[in-house]
Design a protein around this ligand. Structure first.
Ligand SMILES: Cc1cc2nc3c(=O)[nH]c(=O)nc-3n(C[C@H](O)[C@H](O)[C@H](O)COP(=O)(O)OP(=O)(O)OC[C@H]3O[C@@H](n4cnc5c(N)ncnc54)[C@H](O)[C@@H]3O)c2cc1C
Length: 418
């Protein structure tokens, strides 16, 4: 990518953070056009040592859209995920209902993959599995992955230096894929806007009395939302977004009391629920960086934006960032452009920021008016849900959105069967 000058940086691209987004970006950069020549470094402070093929308590579970499935295919990670027995749970339907309605009553909403001629709406998988599969694909394609913690960045005209564990590495471009507390973002002087929801997401895996029917169940509670995502082993992954004090009480409750609470809050849709794992909670906030790029530095994934998890889209948005940035860098490299030049990085920023902000605002409104919707606007929104439920074309529209195939997609997300 860069020329053969004597002070050529050690790497074309240095990615900080080997979470799923950073690892997928690395794999796409190495496997894409010109990837064999592209020198890509990835540093991760907690590099997982082995493939967590049987990770029992991967409580951070994500719903991957069709678009994400394709990006993971292009990155060389999807085949590995498919090869691990029980790693991927598919969901064929989504079923949503309000606090004051019956799970299958008239106010409920059901999206079915069959209605739009698809085999499923997406897959449910542990975050750590996606990370490991993408890291393996990156390393297999010749990427350099190192266990190290970034401590500082130094920018100069032609390169950026990364200081990590006493070593200095120079690159033409540094990518911040280092999550919500991104040091890259701070060291690059990129601003951040944060909104604390004063909520936490309580997660656990649950056995259910009745089968989950490969359906993602979601109830708007009037005081948060409760989602049950179908896992391949027949259990369901719980994501319960609740006010912080309530979430703390749920974590502190005895297993029996917790099971009774979650069964009641789910409206008994799957019968009695029992814990199949430990419990954990994640604080929920909305984060947005007003700028994703400066000369020689760019942000992807949670480092650039964090959205409310009620629609399960955070990683899907991050994977689209990774695919869009890989495409912009690949095209720039084909034109002989400097990958760290701001004019190149702005193309990526213009592409992704609008989409990420639109989605962040939409989930914010859903949280405000449906999840906590007891006021008149909330009641109106709930009635709107019932209307959508009665209209086949509207249901088809929303099911299509769940596949993530709307908007301006990167090439990697447009190609089926990678
Ligand atoms: C309760 C909950 C449920 C969710 N459900 C869904 C869902 O259903 N679907 C979905 O799409 N998304 C979901 N999300 C969001 C999703 O988990 C995140 O968007 C995704 O994990 C972000 O990936 P990332 O790679 O950008 O960041 P991270 O996964 O945070 O990775 C960042 C990496 O950077 C490393 N790092 C940080 N600092 C340094 C440093 N200084 N030096 C070296 N390495 C560093 C960290 O160790 C980490 O591995 C959910 C989130 C929550 C909280």
């Amino acid at each position: 990518m860069s020329g053969g000058a004597p002070d050529r940086p050690d790497f074309d691209v240095a990615i900080v953070g080997g979470g799923p987004v950073g690892a997928v970006l690395g794999a796409l950069l190495k496997r894409g056009q010109g990837g064999a020549r592209r020198r890509v470094l990835l540093i991760e402070r907690q590099l997982p040592a082995t493939a967590p093929a049987a990770a029992p308590d991967d409580l951070r579970v994500v719903a991957l859209s069709r678009a994400s499935e394709r990006v993971l295919g292009a990155a060389g990670a999807w085949a590995a995920l498919r090869a691990v027995p029980g790693a991927l749970g598919r969901y064929e339907r989504m079923h949503v209902w309000p606090a004051d309605g019956e799970p299958r009553g008239p106010g409920s909403l059901r999206f079915d993959a069959a209605e739009i001629g698809e085999p499923d709406l997406g897959h449910i998988v542990g975050n750590a599995r996606v990370q490991r599969a993408a890291l393996d694909a990156f390393i297999e394609a010749g990427g350099v992955a190192e266990a190290a913690t970034l401590s500082a960045l130094e920018f100069d005209a032609g390169s950026v230096s990364l200081l990590a564990d006493g070593r200095r590495r120079r690159a033409s471009l540094v990518v911040g894929a280092d999550g919500g507390r991104s040091l890259v973002r701070r060291a690059a002087g990129l601003e951040l806007e944060t909104q604390d929801y004063q909520q936490a997401g309580v997660v656990a895996n649950l056995h259910s009395e009745r089968p989950h029917e490969h359906t993602a169940w979601q109830r708007f509670l009037g005081e948060g939302t409760l989602a049950l995502l179908p896992l391949a082993d027949g259990t369901s992954s719980l994501v319960w977004s609740a006010p912080r004090a309530r979430a703390e009480a749920l974590l502190a409750a005895s297993p029996e009391d917790f099971e009774a609470e979650v069964t009641a809050a789910s409206g008994g849709v799957l019968g009695a629920l029992r814990l199949a794992s430990g419990r954990a909670a994640f604080p929920l906030r909305r984060v947005r960086a007003p700028h994703y790029a400066r000369e020689r530095c760019v942000l992807v994934g949670d480092a650039a934006h964090i959205v409310h998890p009620l629609a399960g889209q955070g990683l899907n948005l991050g994977l689209m960032d990774a695919a869009a940035l890989a495409e912009v860098l690949e095209d720039a490299s084909a034109e002989g452009e400097d990958p760290g030049a701001l004019r190149v990085l702005r193309r990526y920023e213009r592409w992704r920021k609008g989409e990420n902000e639109t989605m962040g605002r939409a989930f914010d409104l859903l949280n405000r008016f449906l999840a906590f919707g007891t006021d008149p606007v909330g009641q109106l929104a709930t009635r709107g849900m019932g209307l959508v439920g009665r209209s086949a074309p509207l249901r088809g529209f929303f099911a299509g959105r769940a596949l993530g195939l709307g908007g301006e997609l990167p090439r990697a997300a447009r190609r089926a069967g990678a």
